[in-house]
Design a protein around this ligand. Structure first.
Ligand code: GAP
Length: 480
């Protein structure tokens, strides 16, 4: 097992042990590729969502938000192309009855080749795969799998079926009487809720092109191979923004959002070298240009966010199938047109995994007597940390808890605080490090004399005495 795989397993265990992520329905042995967020996980997830929402809406006067329903009229998915095109080429292994996405199988081999130092071989394998995917040459894709001796991870055999397409949408029925029920889909992307509301929003919020509509919410995909913890899930959350523009300006806006979104990632303190752009060779059915922003997870560079130039594909098809005009009158050029769209689409769960991967560290500490100790910590940026401040009275008596409670009362209205008086102060610090709390303050006997407390910084473990009256201000300055 490589060190990176070890690190990834440590992150998964840490996420469970400290209440970030649990497997869904764990007492029934779980549900594959579905996860629940625990007390600190739900806080972190909410903070990432809020940080994205603020950067999109509050910081951009020409972007507004909506919150559309998960269920949508079935024609939505016909118009968007998802009924006909939202499928992946899959292949089954006849011996194990396991189904795989063709690109995942081939990418798996490419990763292995890279680990063995055969980078050139891996690159040409991936290039050949891309070429065949674009050509939709499924017979040749199967041939590529067979000639490269790719075997099933479960059974170890290469007894493969032909490559076939499988739709990824979940369906259910709406209506109370079975015979009258209509088949509807659980949305596979949040974007369509934005497209069908384009005119409602444009008119009611009196938006002028160029303008954007942002939305966060659940999406559902029947992913065949669900791997890598919360990286690929069947129920997940997206944060999407559709930016409506004048036709012909898509290249410049594509460049704008490509750069702006990368800057957003960097604003969370992640080094530039951990990111790269990946231009799509095989474009989705709606796009005339597309790229992924990839992050170097412990299991390699993988997509976190997509930037897509979606042309007028969606609005045009909704106009066609609904019979309602979805046009905009641009009074600067005196013309009616269907706007073009640049989309930014990021997976919230993937961003969460990125933050865990980036911030998890097992640090070796050398004590004064020369012996060593380790501490597990999450260096989560203070502005999105689940808990901002831990308030720790040194003892349970002598009036210290009362002072600590006063600080708690003063701060809890402004940011998430945590109060604890049990265990040694060292143990309490370590627990806070493990959930990524950037600041701890300790109230001790000196506090009663001079109204100062000890503040301890998670990343450096340095401590200093500060006036108790400054605590709120210091934390606020670091989380804005
Ligand atoms: N509206 C465009 C769209 O949905 P996408 O590239 O299919 O584009 C956008 O998805 C983002 O959603 C991805 O970059 C990824 O972060 C996230 N995502 C997609 N499928 C996912 C899954 N099965 N589990 C977790 N996140 C997923």
């Amino acid at each position: 097992m490589t060190t990176n795989e070890n690190k990834f397993q440590q992150i998964i265990s840490h996420a469970k042990e400290y209440g970030f992520v649990f497997q869904s329905s764990e007492i029934y042995d779980g549900l594959s590729a579905v996860y629940d967020y625990g007390p600190y996980g739900s806080e972190l997830k909410k903070n990432i969502r809020d940080y994205w929402w603020k950067s999109m809406t509050q910081m951009n006067e020409n972007i507004v938000g909506i919150d559309a329903a998960i269920f949508m009229h079935p024609l939505t998915w016909k118009a968007s192309g998802h009924v006909d095109n939202f499928s992946d080429p899959m292949i089954d292994n006849r011996d194990s009855n396991k189904r795989y996405r063709v690109d995942h199988l081939i990418e798996g081999l490419a990763d292995k080749l890279k680990e063995e130092g055969k980078t050139q071989e891996a690159e040409s394998l991936l290039a050949e795969m891309d070429r065949l995917l674009v050509a939709e040459d499924y017979a040749a894709l199967k041939e590529l799998i067979v000639t490269n001796k790719i075997v099933c991870a479960t059974g170890g055999t290469s007894n493969w079926t032909d490559v076939r397409q499988f739709n990824l949408m979940f369906s259910t029925e709406i209506g109370s009487v079975a015979e009258e029920a209509d088949k509807i889909y659980l949305r596979p992307e949040t974007a369509q809720g934005i497209f069908v509301n384009f005119l409602n929003v444009q008119k009611t919020a009196r938006m002028k092109i160029p303008f954007g509509i942002a939305q966060t919410g659940k999406a559902f995909r029947n992913e065949i191979v669900a791997r890598q913890f919360i990286f690929r899930m069947r129920e997940f959350e997206q944060m999407e923004m559709q930016f409506f523009i004048r036709p012909g300006t898509q290249k410049e806006w594509y460049e704008h959002w490509k750069e702006t979104r990368l800057q957003w990632h960097l604003s969370l303190g992640v080094p530039r070298e951990k990111y790269r752009y990946h231009d799509h060779v095989k474009l989705a059915h709606y796009a005339d240009a597309a790229l992924d922003i990839e992050y170097e997870f412990p299991f390699g560079f993988k997509e976190v966010e997509g930037i897509h130039s979606r042309t007028d594909f969606d609005l045009k098809n909704h106009q066609l199938l609904s019979g309602k005009k979805l046009q905009y009158f641009d009074n600067e050029i005196n013309q009616n047109y269907i706007p073009y769209v640049i989309e930014t689409s990021i997976g919230l769960d993937r961003m969460f995994l990125l933050i865990l991967s980036e911030s998890y560290e097992e640090e070796t500490l050398t004590k004064e007597d020369g012996s060593t100790d380790t501490r597990a910590l999450l260096r989560i940026p203070a502005k999105i940390a689940p808990i901002k401040l831990a308030i720790l009275p040194l003892t349970k008596k002598d009036g210290l808890p009362e002072i600590a409670r006063q600080v708690m009362d003063e701060c809890k209205n402004y940011f998430r605080c945590f109060y604890e008086e049990k265990d040694t102060i060292g143990k309490r610090y370590r627990r806070m490090d493990a959930i990524g709390t950037p600041f701890c303050i300790t109230i001790d006997h000196q506090t009663k004399e001079d109204q100062t407390v000890t503040i301890r910084y998670r990343d450096t473990m340095q401590q200093e005495r500060i006036p108790v009256s400054k605590v709120k201000e210091i934390v606020l300055n670091n989380i804005m």
